[in-house]
Design a binder for this molecule. Structure first.
Ligand code: SF4
Length: 466
């Protein structure tokens, strides 16, 4: 059986060689950069807004216990059933239990990466429940039976022609390249599904401690229908989603829209505070909030990398990452792709199995520079590399370290090797990348850094005043 690292490198190699795929991803993102920059310019001070957002998230995460208690008790006071799920299995079992208890036949679900993280659809389907994704992108990848390609744009790797072909094959619709027609085909089917569904499942973008409400931000209105038409609503909320105050949304909603999709604000922004109250005309009769830990508290205990929990899942770090744009979202084999996925997956799923992801970076720092909540992403990748080696140094690392120590303790030998290296450099250039090159795994795709003509010692000797 292949390891995750082998699967990643095989898939990455294939996608990187697929120029059409790379070209399409570049095209799909080309409009995003300009729109994002225009939206940033609407902020009085984008840099200041990032500082403030990071500060608010720091406050929320550093006092997570207090804010979560406040959030849960306010939700419960309005009749919401709150379930604390320590791990994915507990969350899945609870949601399956709710579906069984209500003899649910059909479930409609809005976009939730947290649900992807715990493989909720698979668990529900295994237990005989039919789940339909109501977000257009998620619906497309569900029809294709593949995971989302990107945390915000699940179907960004597909062209209109491919989507039209998919709808033709799976739904029997007429082929069309018109995006509006494609949307109408899905919408027509979806409207019926909303009315049939007995249970709606959503995620949450933010959990407001002050008011005990979840905030969902979306562009299609599908989450509103998913959460208000069925009799039962289950909201799956990662515990890191907490914000202390309702007024924090005044910053976070436009910031998420700007960084995530290059929009000033998303079309629908809704707050949910519990089941339908006696004086309310609509809403679910029963509301469940599943608060998911799933190793987030382990990350919380790591003071050095705790700020990875500040992530608001805007996807901006993916959009600027040169590795993501070449290897594509599916190569990662994880729920969260790109830089943030490479940082948190080793924490959520195990460092040794996923340590290869921290090598999938040029360490250019574009992700850190763009992150609206200022997560130090590329340094976290370095920290993951360090931790992986520190825990279990591989044979190669051990050999390299031993060689380095041996050499550093013998200055004469070091000088001799450095001199020889300089002399052999022209020869190395000659055989670079060929079968005679012992370093060809590296030099086939990179130039070998040139050694300085003179060593520091030689320069020192030359310049020393007699
Ligand atoms: S790490 Fe930052 S840029 Fe990346 S998804 Fe999270 S909030 Fe967005």
């Amino acid at each position: 059986m292949k390891t995750h690292a082998q699967e990643f490198s095989e898939s990455a190699r294939q996608y990187t060689a697929d120029l059409r795929h790379r070209d399409w991803i570049q095209q799909a993102l080309s409009g995003y950069y300009a729109k994002r920059d225009e939206c940033k310019s609407r902020f009085q001070n984008w840099a200041g807004a990032r500082e403030l957002a990071a500060e608010i998230k720091r406050e929320a995460i550093n006092h997570l216990d207090r804010y979560l208690d406040e959030f849960a008790s306010k939700l419960e006071a309005r009749g919401t059933k709150v379930f604390w799920a320590p791990d994915a299995q507990a969350a899945r079992d609870y949601i399956v239990g709710v579906a069984r208890q209500h003899r649910v036949r059909s479930i409609i679900k809005s976009k939730s990466m947290t649900a992807e993280e715990i493989h909720l659809n698979e668990a529900l389907e295994k237990n005989g429940f039919k789940v339909v994704e109501s977000d257009m992108g998620e619906y497309i990848v569900q029809l294709r039976q593949e995971p989302p390609y990107h945390i915000v744009f699940p179907a960004m790797h597909l062209t209109r022609q491919q989507i039209s072909g998919l709808f033709h094959d799976r739904l029997g619709s007429e082929p069309t390249n018109n995006p509006e027609d494609l949307t109408m085909i899905a919408r027509h089917i979806m409207r019926r599904k909303y009315c049939e569904a007995d249970m709606g499942i959503s995620g949450a973008n933010f959990a407001i401690a002050e008011t005990g409400m979840i905030s969902i931000t979306e562009n299609e209105g599908n989450a509103r229908l998913t959460t208000s038409l069925p009799k039962v609503h289950v909201a799956l909320v990662g515990i890191e989603k907490v914000l202390p105050k309702l007024s924090d949304l005044a910053l976070f909603l436009p910031m998420l829209a700007t960084a995530g999709a290059g929009q000033p604000i998303t079309c629908y922004n809704t707050l949910y505070g519990g089941p339908r109250q006696p004086d309310e005309p609509d809403g679910p009769e029963e509301f469940h909030a599943v608060l998911l830990d799933n190793r987030r508290t382990e990350l919380l205990a790591d003071a050095e990398q705790r700020d990875a929990l500040h992530c608001i899942r805007c996807g901006a770090c993916l959009n600027v990452c040169p590795i993501f744009k070449n290897v594509g979202g599916h190569s990662y084999g994880t729920t969260y792709q790109g830089p943030i996925g490479s940082v948190i997956t080793p924490h959520l799923r195990g460092l040794q199995d996923w340590k290869h992801l921290s090598q999938a970076s040029s360490l250019c720092g574009a992700c850190t520079e763009t992150c609206p909540v200022k997560i130090d992403l590329h340094h976290h990748l370095l920290r993951n590399r360090r931790n992986a080696v520190r825990g279990h140094p591989g044979r190669r690392e051990k050999l390299l370290q031993a060689g380095f120590v041996f050499m550093m303790r013998r200055p004469k030998l070091y000088q001799f090797v450095a001199r020889a290296g300089r002399r052999l450099q022209p020869l190395q250039r000659l055989i670079r990348g060929t079968i005679f090159d012992p370093l060809r795994a590296w030099t086939q795709t990179r130039s070998f850094p040139s050694l300085a003509k003179k060593s520091f010692r030689e320069l020192w000797r030359e310049r020393r005043i007699p």
